[in-house]
Design a protein around this ligand. Structure first.
Ligand SMILES: [Zn+2]
Length: 409
């Protein structure tokens, strides 16, 4: 135990918090969601930070997906260091396509666990359960998901009753209520347990359906604003960021722009010659049909990587095709966990495997998604001003703990 002393994690040093620090990762929060809600008068607390707080625009990790970015934020380093570069990947050892939500794929410790080990009281609340195991890896503290709030135990989650904590019913996994539950739990925990460090992570169900400035989007930001104001009133430092942005992926008629990469490559090189992996894939795909703007391709037999790259590059809607080495260097990714090629679509386009493998029947609104460079800009906001002139650097969303602990008044 070294309570009160700086904590070093993954090569970075963090000051001990002199008041509770709450880092909030709002899933899919394009900066314009905040801007538009403020303009509509729906986010008075966030509006009031203009002048009294800090507002930066930061870059998230590409692929601009949920798990790589949440893990970057809680470790303070990019996927090349922590290893989580997708929700889903091709495990060459197992020769199988698998979810990457098992903590065995995490290669570094987290800031959360390090502070807990040093004697801090730490709490984590996430919307979807898929993140809980990774965020709570080796964490001595409170860690649970809104999705399984009815199943918490003191032994597994550090808390005996999560529904009683909030007074809210168990929310549906496809609802705005899943994220509201995270905030309600965060406020109740701050009041009751007064953790030194708390991490709250929401879900992008609303952002996948509703563009910035629409009534539902403003309502959602307004809901967050009320809870954030309560955290602030209880004396917490609040740092607000996002795992990634969000864009419409449609043409002017609202029809999805999709490049089905596996179909394209099967037509050109023959079935079985390549394997397209979409790291956005996870158990919850109703709201985006597993379509995002990032894909990786494994060359199999009979297709030269350079020929595959040339074919994909020629396809309208494709922004960038990089080799494994180029992608690993540019996006700080673990080379062993991506394919021979990385493909990024331009802003209005998503990448699929085969048309027959995507169920779009659950899409009840024009497709909005993420994954590319076009969703890389995210807000990095704090409720206190900076202590001194900030270092001139490319701010990342995974600087959230650094900002909150090392750079604010
Ligand atoms: Zn996300």
């Amino acid at each position: 135990m070294s309570a009160g002393r700086p904590v070093e994690v993954n090569g970075r040093t963090y000051r001990w918090p002199d008041r509770p620090l709450v880092v909030v990762c709002v899933d899919g929060c394009e900066p314009d969601y905040v801007n538009q809600a403020i303009a509509a008068g729906k986010a008075p607390w966030l509006a009031g930070l203009n002048g009294s707080g800090t507002c930066l625009t930061a870059d998230c990790v590409v692929p601009s997906f949920t798990n790589p970015n949440n893990l970057s934020i809680v470790t303070g380093v990019p996927p090349a260091a922590h290893g989580i570069c997708g929700n889903y990947f091709y495990d060459p050892d197992a020769k199988a396509e698998v979810m990457m939500n098992d903590a065995k794929y995490l290669q570094t410790g987290t800031i959360l666990a390090a502070f807990a080990d040093a004697g801090a009281k730490v709490a984590v609340v996430t919307a979807k359960d898929k993140l809980r195991g990774l965020l709570g890896h080796r964490l001595r503290g409170i860690c649970f998901s809104a999705e399984k709030a009815d199943q918490v135990t003191l032994a597994d989650n550090g808390l005996a009753d999560a529904l009683g904590l909030t007074g809210l019913p168990l929310p549906s996994v496809y609802s705005a209520g899943l994220s509201e539950f995270v905030f309600a739990a965060g406020c109740a925990l701050l009041e009751r347990e007064r953790p030194d460090i708390m991490y709250l992570s929401t879900t992008d169900y609303v952002q996948h359906k509703h563009a910035p400035g629409t009534p539902a989007a403003n309502e959602f930001t307004g809901m967050m604003d009320r809870y954030l104001a309560r955290l602030d009133a209880m004396g917490a430092t609040v740092v607000f960021t996002a795992d990634h942005g969000m864009n419409a992926k449609t043409d002017a008629f609202g029809r999805p722009n999709i490049v089905f990469l596996q179909d394209l490559l099967d037509d050109t090189f023959g079935p079985g010659s390549t394997r397209v992996i979409l790291p956005i894939t996870d158990p919850y795909v109703v709201h985006h049909g597993a379509l995002g703007s990032f894909a990786t391709i494994y060359g199999g037999d009979g297709a030269e990587t350079s020929a595959v790259a040339a074919r994909v590059r020629a396809e309208p809607g494709v922004d960038l095709v990089l080799t494994r080495e180029e992608a690993a260097a540019r996006f700080e990714l673990p080379p062993a966990r991506i394919g021979d090629l990385v493909v990024i679509a331009e802003r209005l386009t998503v990448l699929g495997t085969s048309a027959t493998r995507h169920d779009l029947s659950g899409l009840d609104a024009p497709l909005r998604s993420h994954g590319g460079i076009s969703e890389q800009r995210v807000p990095l906001i704090a409720n206190r001003p900076t202590a001194a002139a900030l270092p001139a650097r490319r701010w990342r969303n995974f600087d959230a703990f650094d900002l909150g602990l090392n750079h604010l008044q």
